[in-house]
Design a protein around this ligand. Structure first.
Ligand code: ADP
Length: 348
């Protein structure tokens, strides 16, 4: 744009030159014709014509460019045409130049962000269909075998196949529920219902809920000590229960046989409470840790493929914790165990 601006001077200078030359020639002929040729009058005429046409052309060209660019401003609603004042044209041109540059830069960033989002969307849809396909094919497989006839007659086989098909359906429901939750969280549609409650009691409830699941792997769910007094926090109880549940379930799913899941509740100095959930399970390799909270991310080597899950659990956890403006941390050593911890606001 600055170049265009300079070019208008050049353009005005040349064009005025041509016009002056043309008119000076005529004026000379005229002076000769009236028999009154005077070099000083001719020079004065030439200078006056040159200066006059230079300024007129310069002004008109700038005005023209300004009008054109302003039209672009008006057409592209993002730019604010009112920021272009009708003050000296040169200042306006500079403002215009700067704003158009800023606009172009802004658009470039927007396009880049859209491209990233588009890739993300494609990946997301690919992941969903991949996650849904496995249980769907399982269900279909059992139903087709039953429809084939042979298995239908045998009551035991029939029941077994129906149970397995049902497991597949349960898994589908599980994935869809998680998807529903993550969509709500990402749209920001989650109204937090904050209240004061005892986090120790909530953790105890979660322990009870997953006692059976843990006992199948002989994993003990315990506190690091006996919490005799309630620890009151201010948060959305239902959502926090989801966070604790997801973390406890993971500690069981990726825990070793005969392992332990230990929960510690610590009071921090800044009116915060830190909840730490530690297991001595399979652990996570360092290189996977930065990606753990991504949607659908699952570490193959940790045996997660055999374990039910949508790969959305930790992503949901992170969203809920961040919706509370709190923080989540993870520490893990491959083959030794993991610790997931998050903060909550202490009730006043
Ligand atoms: P899901 O458990 O459904 O696969 P998550 O989002 O809850 O999805 O977890 C993502 C991945 O992180 C899991 O697949 C697993 O590989 C790893 N992970 C999560 N928690 C643990 C844990 N306590 N110990 C080891 N690996 C874990």
């Amino acid at each position: 744009m600055t170049k265009i601006f300079k070019k208008t001077y050049k353009f005005a200078a040349y064009t005025s030159g041509y016009i002056t030359l043309f008119l000076a020639a005529f004026f000379t002929l005229f002076l000769v014709f009236i028999n009154d040729f005077n070099i000083w009058i001719l020079l004065l005429f030439t200078v006056l014509i040159y200066v006059f046409s230079f300024f007129v052309i310069q002004y008109r060209v700038e005005k023209f460019i300004y009008k054109r660019v302003k039209k672009i401003y008006d057409d592209v609603s993002i730019l604010d045409a009112s920021s272009l004042s009708e003050q000296p044209i040169t200042t306006n041109m500079e403002t215009l130049t700067k704003q158009v540059e800023r606009f172009a830069q802004h658009k470039k960033l927007e396009i880049e962000a859209l491209k990233i989002r588009e890739n993300y969307r494609k990946e997301f849809i690919g992941n969903i269909s991949h996650e849904l396909k496995t249980p769907l094919f399982t269900v279909q497989g059992y139903i087709l075998t039953l429809l084939d006839g042979g298995a239908l007659k045998d009551k035991k086989v029939r029941e077994k196949y129906l149970e397995r098909a049902n497991k597949g359906v349960e898994r589908l429901i599980y994935i869809v529920k998680d998807l529903d939750m993550i969509t709500k969280l990402e749209v920001g549609d989650l109204n937090l219902n904050k209240e004061d409650f005892d986090i120790i009691e909530l953790i105890n409830n979660v322990f009870e809920l997953f006692e059976m699941k843990a006992s199948k792997k002989i994993i003990s769910l315990t506190f690091d000590k006996d919490y005799k007094f309630p620890v009151l926090v201010h948060a959305d109880k239902e959502r926090v229960q989801q966070v604790v549940s997801n973390l406890i379930v993971n500690s069981i799913k990726y825990g070793q046989q005969d392992g332990t899941t230990e929960v510690r509740v610590e009071m921090l100095a800044n009116n915060k409470v830190l909840i730490r959930i530690t297991d001595n399970g399979v652990g996570i390799e360092k290189k996977y840790i930065p990606r753990l909270f991504e949607r659908f991310f699952r570490v193959d080597k940790s045996g997660s493929r055999q374990e039910g899950g949508s790969g959305l659990g930790l992503s949901i956890v992170k969203h809920i914790v961040e919706a509370h403006s709190e923080r989540i941390y993870v520490e893990s050593q491959y083959g030794i165990g993991s610790e997931f911890s998050f903060t909550l606001e202490q009730a006043k």
